[in-house]
Design a binder for this molecule. Structure first.
Ligand code: NAD
Length: 487
């Protein structure tokens, strides 16, 4: 079996424990991963703390940080195929997507390379004579980054890139489900030449490794992507070190189709929104809201597309839907579909796991019109679409916002004024109009409500990894007057 190691303080090392990683396409172990517990976590945070305040990183200029990030971007691009194969092997995410996504991850590092020397302080027009006052932007401190399994190189790039640009040091916890690509990525950090301790990468289980990281006294900020329940644990633990948090959580995103939409284009976008990545996408457009007059026609179109999807081995370039990442995930999807059908939802297509090896589940559509189906409220993180119809715009908006989540949304219409009204009315961090699942390093991304807070992407993400220091400098040589009066 292949063996992986942690990357702590600029060196590769074994963990306090080891655990097997399962190939989701076969259900069999294929590699052994190091397991970090409290002592490894402590070693990594101490290394990051030392690098930030005592090591070479403290003397590295913003321009040099940018150059290191450019080098990292080039290394990611050069190694994209290898990293993609590892991610596919370890998580079951199809190679068609991982190879494209990881090539694009290089552009995220390139974008933040360019930002490193553009994080500026400011000079304040202060209301006092003989006083110069300015703001310095300094790195927020040691950042703990905790990511889920579904797109680890992408979800870590949107944290590591801006945090490095801002001058932070960090400990990145790869998910225990499929950590291979991030552990391999550590080699590129090493090769790029970042000083020891700047980026530490380890893996382990949530309750031991993740919790120890979140409550470590030397962690200043926690950047988390994952489920809302885990986020609550993290926030509770952050009470120990009073660390700030940014949370990218789940969703139950509405995908709204009006009768005047280009239905072929909308159907393709809906397929991308719910069946791409086997539905294991935080922005999955998992609730289809379709105008009643075209419901049968549109659902028929989708059914035909869903049934034509090529299901297969994730390493095959022809495969369109691969396995779910874990047996736990397959069982969760199976149980939620069963509960929804028991509540009255009607299966349009799919609705079962494939027998045989691997954690495969059929692309599934369920008609939930008039039914209080749990599938409309709970996140599947799998290839299951719940359909409801609406009569008019007011009803579409009401259903779209009838969720505690607010990550993404899609609106398909040719009516320009209606599109603008919908953009304003939907409570979500992203609105895609006549498109879906588009991302860019330049565009901020994040949620409303239970989908979290904080934004990743764009300049704002880099500023989120800084804090300001206010400097007061008195320019008068006269003695300070009356010390008993604040001035
Ligand atoms: P998860 O919340 O179970 O795990 C995420 C990470 O948190 C893992 O590394 C895990 O080990 C760690 N963790 C678990 N318990 C912890 C604890 N007590 N303290 C610290 N860390 C702990 O999520 P998952 O099942 O791996 O991923 C799926 C979830 O992630 C879905 O809800 C999905 O919507 C969400 N997600 C969100 C985004 C986004 O950008 N908004 C992107 C991808 C996935």
């Amino acid at each position: 079996m292949e063996q992986f190691q942690h990357y702590i303080d600029g060196a590769f090392s074994d963990g306090e424990g080891r655990f097997p990683s399962i190939d989701p396409a076969t259900g069999a172990p294929w590699a052994e991963m190091p397991e970090a517990r409290e002592a490894d976590v402590d070693r990594a945070v101490e290394a990051a703390h030392k690098a930030l305040y005592e090591g070479a990183w403290a003397k590295t200029t913003a321009t040099q940080r940018g150059k290191l990030l450019y080098r990292l971007a080039d290394l990611v691009a050069a190694n994209a195929q290898k990293l993609a194969e590892l991610e596919t092997r370890d998580t079951g995410k199809i190679i068609r997507e991982t190879s494209a996504q990881i090539a694009y991850v290089a552009d995220y590092y390139r974008y933040y390379a360019g930002i490193a020397d553009k994080i500026e302080g400011s000079y304040l027009p202060i209301d006092k004579p003989d006083m110069d006052v300015w703001l310095r932007r300094e790195p927020v401190g040691v950042v703990a980054m905790v990511v889920p399994w579904n797109s680890q190189l992408f979800l870590s790039a949107v944290k590591i890139g801006p945090a490095l640009a801002a001058g932070c040091t960090m400990v990145v916890k790869a998910s225990e489900d499929g950590p291979a690509p991030l552990l391999e990525f550590a080699r590129l950090i090493d090769e790029a030449g970042f000083p020891a301790g700047v980026v530490n990468i380890l893996t382990g289980f949530g309750s031991s490794c993740g919790a120890a990281l979140a409550r470590h006294p030397k962690v200043a900020h926690i950047a988390f992507t994952g489920g809302p329940e885990t986020a609550r644990h993290i926030v509770r633990n952050s009470a120990e070190n009073l660390a700030s948090t940014s949370l990218e959580l789940g969703g139950k995103s509405p995908f709204i189709v009006y009768a005047d939409a280009d239905l072929e284009s909308a159907a393709n976008a809906q397929v991308a929104g719910i069946f791409a990545a086997t539905g294991q996408s935080c922005v999955a457009g998992s609730r289809l809201l379709v105008e009643r007059s075209i419901k049968d026609q549109f659902v028929g179109l989708l059914k035909a597309k869903a049934e034509a999807i090529r299901i297969g081995g994730p390493l095959d370039m022809a495969t369109e839907v691969g396995p779910l990442a874990t047996s736990r995930q397959r069982d969760h999807v199976t149980a939620l579909v069963e509960r929804s059908v028991a509540a009255g939802a009607r299966l349009v297509t799919g609705g079962k796991a494939l027998s045989g090896d691997g954690f495969y589940y059929l692309p599934t559509i369920i008609d939930c019109d008039g039914v209080a189906s749990p599938s409309l409220a709970e996140e599947f993180f799998g290839p299951v679409l719940s359909v409801v119809s609406f009569e008019d715009e007011a009803e579409a908006v009401r259903i779209a916002n009838d969720t505690p989540f607010g990550l993404a949304s899609g609106v398909f219409t040719q009516n320009l004024t209606r599109a603008h009204r919908m953009i304003k009315s939907i409570r979500a961090g992203v609105v895609w109009v006549n498109t879906y699942r588009a991302v860019s390093p330049i565009a901020p991304f994040g949620g409303y409500g239970l989908s979290g807070h904080g934004r990743e992407g764009g300049m704002a993400a880099a500023l989120d990894f800084t804090r300001t220091k206010t400097v007061w400098l008195r320019t008068s040589d006269d003695p300070i007057p009356d010390p008993f009066v604040i001035r």
